[in-house]
Design a protein around this ligand. Sequence first.
Ligand SMILES: NC(=O)c1ccc[n+]([C@@H]2O[C@H](COP(=O)([O-])OP(=O)(O)OC[C@H]3O[C@@H](n4cnc5c(N)ncnc54)[C@H](OP(=O)(O)O)[C@@H]3O)[C@@H](O)[C@H]2O)c1
Length: 251
Amino acid sequence: MAKRFSLEGRTVLLTGASSGVGAELAERLLDRDCRVIAWSRRPPEIESDADLVHEAVDLADSAALDAALSGLTTRHPDLSVVINNAGVSERGDFATMAAAELDRLAETQIAVNLAAPIRITQHLFPHLRAQASAMLVNNSSGLAVAPTAMNPVYCATKAGLRSFTYSTRYQAERAGGRLKVVEVLLPLVETPMTASRSHRGKLSADKAATRIIRGMERAEAEIWVGQAAILRRITGFSPALARRLLKIAGG
Ligand SMILES: NC(=O)c1ccc[n+]([C@@H]2O[C@H](COP(=O)([O-])OP(=O)(O)OC[C@H]3O[C@@H](n4cnc5c(N)ncnc54)[C@H](OP(=O)(O)O)[C@@H]3O)[C@@H](O)[C@H]2O)c1
């Protein structure tokens, strides 16, 4: 990969900018004079800015997603960075929860965490690979590498997204390499997603976003953030040990 990727003045599609890590990313992108097209159901809570364009999109609704994708690159021909950041995490206790409820939660997580990034990638890949330089970022998780017990579908979607990101990167390389394909692997971060988890040592969303932007500007293929970097080292010498640690400590 090239050593640097300038984010200055880019047009960026960012999903999940309404809270948490996505809101922090939006602020940093606006600081770099980017035009940010923010897709989420709620508008971003950050200060309004002429370069922040919120389009209300429910990523769990494939028809709504197709409608949003249709004509996107005509409306924004300079689009050169896409960040699939939106995500949903739900507990799934097979012993105590009703199957119908588990099905409903699974469907949403699969739609938002996996099906939507796949659809967005497939629609926008031809446009992105035709740019002088472009970047596609998928926000997976350390749990893509080693799952926990109680978030089975979430972990499965993130493992699926990790695999999909590899394949997309291979295709981008075959297409000439002007499109960089990046995966972000976060540890536990303090956001609304994790508000119910009283875990010590959560990384702030501010620090997580700062690290992600730095990794993007360095064109890192994989951005392992905070304690996820430790998980990477453990996985390197013993995937079984990494799985055991998450099985015990991951909830
Ligand atoms: N927090 C962590 O510990 C952690 C760890 C590893 C990975 N991650 C990943 O990091 C990413 C950001 O998570 P976060 O912690 O910042 O979560 P968050 O604060 O809960 O934000 C989630 C974002 O996803 C959007 N979203 C959810 N469902 C959507 C839908 N149906 N349609 C459109 N947008 C939807 C939300 O927007 P609306 O509700 O407005 O639609 C919101 O902006 C996720 O992919 C998550 O899996 C987080």
